[in-house]
Design a protein around this ligand. Sequence first.
Ligand code: 6PG
Length: 228
Amino acid sequence: MTMTSAVINVYDNAEAVAAAAAEYLLQQISLCVAEEGVCHVALPGGTTPAHCLALLAQMSLPWQQIHWYPGDERCYPRAHPARNDSMIREKLFSTIDPAETNFHPIPAELGPEAGAEQYAKLIDSLPGLDIVVLGMGEDGHTASLFPDNPALKDERSVVPVYQAPKPPPERISLGLNTLRNAGQRIVIATGSGKRDALARLQTGQALPVALVEPDTWFIDKAARPDKA
Ligand code: 6PG
């Protein structure tokens, strides 16, 4: 898969992808904390990362030195089961001492504009994100940046999203600049449903996930385009 200088790791199945990605995150986060004393990590929503996060939860990370951020959030009330932070809390933090976790959920219950404005104050106070982990939709979206959606061109650090094609229509996302400027960008994509988007990326199509300029991909054989 010719996507500039990105490293594409291909595994037999989603379980192997989850294990490899968790191991890689353990290594990269530990390195970051060793060098910087802290690591700022953005995490994806959706279903793909769930197993990886559950594995990560069992690893001996320097939890107190890590700050975690959802890469995007769906505009539902707090604690709504379909929110991305609900999945992240369940998979990553349910077995960790709350006093040891620094999780910064996006206030999506405020609505797209107000929530984005408030969260931008936090993101703008950081030196930048060290690691951004992302999923990819079947249309090549990432976080809540969808093809041809105005949010993709919004220069703000955190952006409101309207008319998202993947429910719910109203969301909040880290902006493209925030994602692209992160220390490293890691994408996890599995299943045959992602194959078409990956094939389109291979032909150089500027899908939203390509605009983030990922460094490292973790995909399974089902998602790999035929001519990879
Ligand atoms: C969301 C995520 C979205 C997700 C992709 C892939 O709100 O769903 O932000 O970007 O990562 O749509 O979703 P799956 O992992 O469920 O295929």
